[in-house]
Ligand binder design. Structure first.
Ligand SMILES: *Cc1c(COP(=O)(O)O)cnc(C)c1O
Length: 365
């Protein structure tokens, strides 16, 4: 890497590596000289965006010369009504990634520690290290977040704990009961951030829904997003649910117009589009069940999941399997970077995409 002489770069920034997102479909098709490929790699909604969101975005185009509504008034109010919260409990983000960054900037300083499950979403470590704090990885147990181990390794320097429920990339959940015991035993002064990017897909009735634990005096933040079940990943809208005192802090480090005009109107319309949401959930649940019975018939080992994706044990180098699938026009994610060198992660697609995936995988294996 080149550098600029005399420019002092903080050590903790020098040591960072930029997040590597999944490559866009068009770029992969160009690289591999393929067309008509299917992407089951980024946990996106295979139905596309909510039609009501598309209409609302279209209608807002004539307003693009204006700055967005800085506080996201309509979207915040609509969310508050849907969730039975006060608007002061809600902070909007440019994706929930943005809220993760705000949490780190508002609450961590160099020398602080933050615990996070591993493997899990790579952004937690990135936002923590970007402010000079230290991320401590706590290994999963049976692919599930190990709350007991988190309590065991928590130190006096710990200020924050990230949980991902369901966990990406394993799709497992912690139960509400286990979470309640965890909160009881957690030392004071530590903020718990529960990332619920996939909560809409959960079918297990024992699973934690962290909103049930929200209280004005408890340092708990629940992160949600419009990127998955609502099909709006390209618009970049997420939100955090939290005590007003925490929201107050996040607003101090939030960029003024962090959620753009189209994001605000699109997300508001998507929230009202309950028909699209239930269609999405049906598609994902039926898709999972069919994919799993297909893999059962082929004798391929996979892991149950409460999200719209799941892991498959390919029992050989995952990178090679992904490469071979790619040549057949099927894009999935190797879990090598997540410490699972023989696992791939696949998300539910449309019925014909799921079928094509099972056929391609069976051919490759
Ligand atoms: C996809 C995903 C998100 C959502 O990120 P956005 O910035 O809202 O698009 C957050 N957390 C996890 C674990 C995810 O997989």
């Amino acid at each position: 890497m080149t550098s600029i002489p005399d420019l002092t770069i903080p050590d903790f920034i020098r040591e960072l590596e930029a997040y590597v997102p999944g490559k866009p479909l068009k770029a992969l098709e160009r690289e591999y000289g393929i067309s008509d490929s299917i992407k089951l790699a980024s946990n996106e909604n295979p139905l596309g965006p909510s039609p009501k969101a598309m209409a609302a975005v279209g209608a807002a185009l004539a307003d693009l010369h204006r700055y967005p509504e800085g506080g996201g008034y309509d979207l915040t109010l609509t969310l508050a009504r849907h969730l039975g919260l006060a608007p002061g409990n809600i902070v909007l983000g440019n994706g929930s990634d943005d809220i993760l960054g705000m949490l780190a900037r508002a609450l961590l300083q160099p020398g602080d520690e933050a615990l996070m499950p591993a493997p899990s979403f790579l952004m937690y470590d990135l936002v923590v290290r970007a402010v000079g704090a230290k991320g401590i990885a706590v290994p999963l147990k049976s692919l599930t977040i190990d709350l007991d181990e988190m309590l065991r390794v928590v130190s006096p320097r710990c200020r924050m704990i990230f949980l991902c429920n369901p966990n990406n990339p394993t799709g497992t959940v912690v139960t509400a009961d286990a979470f309640e015991r965890f909160l009881q035993r957690l030392p004071s002064g530590i903020l718990v951030a529960v990332d619920e990017a996939y909560i809409e897909f959960v079918r297990d009735s024992r699973a934690l829904r962290a909103l049930d634990f929200l209280e004005e005096s408890r340092p708990l933040v629940v992160l949600r997003t419009f990127s998955k079940a609502y099909g709006l990943a390209g618009l970049r809208v997420g939100y955090g649910l939290m005590p007003t005192a925490v929201a107050d802090l996040l607003h101090r480090v939030r960029m003024p117009f962090n959620v753009n005009t189209l994001g605000q109107v699109g997300a508001t319309a998507a929230l009202e589009d309950t028909e699209f949401l239930s269609k999405t959930l049906d598609l994902v649940h039926n898709g999972l069940d069919l994919l799993w019975s297909g893999l059962d018939r082929l004798g391929i080992r996979y892991f149950h999941s409460e999200a719209n994706f799941f892991l498959i044990d390919v029992q050989r180098d995952a990178g090679g399997v992904c490469e071979a699938l790619l040549r057949r026009g099927v894009i999935v994610r190797s879990m090598a970077a997540y410490d699972f060198p023989q696992y791939i992660r696949v998300n539910v697609g449309l019925p014909d995409e799921n079928q094509r995936f099972v056929q391609a995988l069976s051919a490759v294996l």
